[in-house]
Design a protein around this ligand. Structure first.
Ligand SMILES: [Zn+2]
Length: 170
């Protein structure tokens, strides 16, 4: 297992539309284990392929006190409701904003062994799925906000990114 480097916005491939994941078997199980370990190392609740430089349709997530889950080639089948809550992102660390999301989504995907499953997700669980699924389409959470909030978040992130990168170079 390995903790992978997390790509910071706006570096590639965060703004690209990811392609379907096709390599099942040992390679997949290594990738999902590394993604879960990376998510834990950064105290995250979700991590998508593009955030570790893999432009494939895959993400992992973990709700507090639950087992980690893997979603491969996910598809949101239904969504309903809307609620605002705070979100952050491991690709824009230490910047947070209020993001509107559906309160319930129904999703189908493959799990880490390549087996299809469907799940009904509510509230925080549904929010993580929508945030991670957006990464597969090159969408960062500020793009779900109104224009003024979005510009404010990107301004905050510009400063934060500069500070993070300057510390890394020391
Ligand atoms: Zn994110």
């Amino acid at each position: 297992m390995a903790v992978l480097d997390v790509v910071l916005y706006p570096d590639a491939p965060l703004r690209d539309v990811a392609t379907p994941y096709t390599k099942m078997g040992a390679e997949l199980s290594q990738l999902t284990q590394d993604m879960i370990e990376t998510m834990h190392a950064h105290d995250g609740v979700g991590l998508a392929g593009p955030q570790i430089g893999v432009a494939k349709r895959i993400f992992v997530l973990q709700e507090p006190d639950k087992e980690p889950m893997c979603f491969i080639n996910p598809e949101i089948l239904e969504s309903e409701g809307e609620v605002f809550a705070e979100e952050g992102c491991l690709s824009m660390p230490r910047v947070y904003g209020q993001v509107p999301r559906a309160t319930r989504v129904r999703v189908k995907a493959l799990d880490a062994s390549g087996t299809p499953f469907e799940v009904d997700a509510l509230d925080f669980f549904a929010r993580i799925i929508q945030h991670e699924n957006d990464h597969l389409d090159g969408i960062m959470f500020p793009e779900r906000m109104d224009i003024l909030s979005r510009e404010d978040i990107y301004r905050q992130w510009d400063d934060m990114r500069e500070s993070i990168l300057s510390h890394r170079e020391l």
